[in-house]
Design a protein around this ligand. Sequence first.
Ligand code: ATP
Length: 358
Amino acid sequence: MKTYAIAAIPGDGIGQEVVPAGERVLQALAATEGGFAFDFEHFGWGGDWYRQHGVMMPADGLEALRGKDAILFGSAGDPKIPDHITLWGLRLKICQGFDQYANVRPTRILPGIDSPLKRCKPEDLNWVIVRENSEGEYAGVGGRAHQGHPIEVATDVSIMTRTGVERIIRYAFKLAQSRPRKQLSVVTKSNAQRHAMVMWDEIAAEVARDFPDVHWDKELVDAMTARMVNKPATLDTIVATNLHADILSDLAAALAGSLGIAPTGNIDPERRYPSMFEPIHGSAFDIMGQGLANPIGTFWSCVMLLEHLGELAAAARLMHAIEAVTAQPALHTRDLGGQATTADVTQAVCHALKASQD
Ligand code: ATP
């Protein structure tokens, strides 16, 4: 029997509630599936680690993760530690250290979930946003000088390389090609940013020649926000820069019902390193420790993890169990207008898995 080595990094805030819930569901799935098992190793990195050690993760942390089949991540963020330290010290260290250059964010309106888009039928919103995850606005290039003086200067330089842009656009075309509608929207801001964004448009046109069966269009990022709200059914696969896609996918998650539902995968498509799966929400300190966190985003991330491992039948079974649970308003957490707890939802998904086995 195959045993998958999984690193669990709950991180901060509600990450410490939803990652153990994800682990429970994966173990329940493996128990009912039979063909594989999971061996979890837990890493207590994040804000508390920072208070004890002065860093978010140890210097040799990547080495500890390197041999894993996948990583299940919660969130990084702490009200007492500046956001750029928590983000760069843990999540980005792993994403960039393992060159997980494709950040993949599926969005659908799951059964039983209300979208704030009143005219949108559930089948009208079925998107995958592909976020460039290794460079661009998150390249980390820039600096500050003369801090606190009137002549203070600060720069964040967005770096776009031909290699980086081409590989993410190619990934997005391939993904679009694998989906029934075979449709891709390439998002830029090439009217205002007339160097790197123009290069994106040019590279998209070049790569498109290798995918003659994929219909593709270009959209400016500001126009894309309006199109997502007004004409959701015209979209399928979307590719955008690191920052643009970050913003668009929060909007997408809200349009699909709640930030608490949305999953993401930080993928190394070449499989040189482990890929990392996490809910898109942050540490949500306002609700931590109260059992209010919606674990569905983590469970859906577990579905992506299983797909990445090639366990497609098990992934489909878990997605089915998730949908059976979201379909019941009595099992909605507070972010969805319900009163169920993290534990209630977790237990219900485990039951649904067991029921689907019988
Ligand atoms: P960070 O700085 O780590 O990104 P944040 O608190 O600024 O964290 P989010 O964690 O994304 O941002 O939370 C935004 C809002 O959405 C909060 O009010 C939070 O309570 C709510 N929220 C986010 N995730 C969930 C969830 N899984 N279940 C319920 N509510 C959630």
